[in-house]
Design a binder for this molecule. Structure first.
Ligand SMILES: [Zn+2]
Length: 94
């Protein structure tokens, strides 16, 4: 059975679906009995979802992304913007 520290340490990996099935089960069984970790889990899950949506709408500043990387201890994968081919930058747009 995972303890709180372990659960919190693996939370972002769990959300990224990087954990083995065994670890996922341990995390989930801990969440069932621990409201503190459940809260942390929900916070991270909602946060991550919000970030994903915002990133897709291009609402994130560079500094904000840097803070997020620190928060999650991981790189945020770049958003695929395959329909953006309007040119290579506009220096006059200030
Ligand atoms: Zn806990």
């Amino acid at each position: 059975m995972a303890d709180c520290q372990e659960t919190l340490n693996e939370l972002h990996r769990y959300l990224d679906e990087e954990l083995s099935a065994d670890r996922v089960e341990e995390i989930l069984s801990h969440l069932k009995i621990c409201s503190d970790c459940t809260e942390a889990y929900e916070f991270h899950a909602v946060y991550k979802e919000t970030i994903r949506e915002k990133a897709q709408r291009d609402e994130l500043s560079d500094g904000f992304l840097d803070r997020l990387k620190e928060c999650f201890g991981t790189e945020i994968p770049p958003v695929d913007e395959s329909d953006d081919d309007s040119g290579d930058g506009d220096p006059s747009n200030n």
